[in-house]
Design a binder for this molecule. Structure first.
Ligand code: FAD
Ligand code: FES
Length: 232
């Protein structure tokens, strides 16, 4: 059990929860969180938003019963979290763009923070439906920050400028990026969201067929090479 030291609403349905303790994690990994006794039964997966000395934080959107319960927790409440889990984004060098849409921006802050001084160039692209949030946070780690509100962030992206693209967000957005033609052999990695139960590869709830065969998103993902994925 760990103690919650903050759970702040950034907008009507987007929150940041900060949890006290010493935590670790690679870029693009996630934790399973459970801050309630009985219902709902299962923990919920959330990507690492940030890790600092003495705390970890998660950026989340309230969409159903688990995230609603999470949003009701207060400073001083206890929470159970397990992780870090999953295969995150690879460690790369060269020119990198991070592209997030909606709550898919969540794993990209910590990714930017870790990659910032290891790569030649790091640009961040954030797409929002109605209002932009946390832009000053993301700007800290980007050479250039590109924003869109209510339009497609992919319209601003020229993948040929980059060696690697890491993206998380709605599948149509990620598919659009994967379908872009690269003259530069740009490698595109996507982070998938699937329902999960155990988070550790045991229950097969998160099974996902890829061009390389059947995989478990919690264990073999959530990050995949974009061209290996069948999009919905
Ligand atoms: C590896 C991973 C990392 C994630 N990181 C984040 C994060 O950083 N921030 C964040 O806000 N969310 C993240 N998610 C999604 C988050 O886990 C779900 O939103 C959450 O589990 C929903 O739980 P709930 O009880 O609130 O909703 P439920 O009551 O379980 O579901 C409400 C509705 O949403 C649908 N739904 C639930 N989960 C998903 C899903 N994963 N994909 C599509 N539809 C779904 C359900 O079918 C239902 O219609 C991540 C998911 C994965 C797999
Ligand atoms: S959630 Fe159980 S195998 Fe992935």
């Amino acid at each position: 059990m760990a103690k919650i030291i903050g759970n702040e609403a950034l907008s009507e349905d987007i929150y940041i929860i900060i949890i006290e303790g010493k935590f670790s994690g690679e870029i693009g990994q996630f934790y399973m969180l459970r801050g309630w006794e009985e219902y709902p039964l299962l923990s919920r997966p959330l990507s690492i938003y940030d890790i600092n000395d003495g705390n970890i934080s998660f950026l989340y959107k309230v969409i159903g019963k688990g995230t609603k319960r999470l949003s009701e927790l207060k400073e001083g409440d206890n929470i159970n979290l397990q992780g870090p889990y999953g295969n995150g984004f690879p460690k790369v060098d060269g020119k990198v763009a991070l592209v997030g849409g909606g709550i898919g921006i969540a794993p990209l802050l910590y990714t930017g923070k870790i990659l910032e001084d290891k790569v030649d160039k790091l640009d961040i692209y954030l797409g929002f439906r109605e209002e932009a949030i946390l832009t000053d946070e993301y700007r800290k780690y980007s050479d250039e920050l590109y924003l869109s509100i209510g339009s497609n962030i992919t319209d601003q992206l020229d993948i040929n400028k980059y060696d690697y693209i890491f993206t998380c967000g709605p599948e149509p957005m990620m598919k659009k990026i994967v379908d872009m033609k690269s003259d530069n052999n740009t490698k595109i990695y996507v982070s998938l969201e699937k329902h999960m139960a155990c988070g550790i590869g045991a229950c097969l709830v998160c099974s996902c067929e890829t061009k390389k065969g059947m995989t478990r998103v919690c264990k073999d993902g959530p990050v995949y090479l974009g061209e290996e994925v069948f999009y919905e």
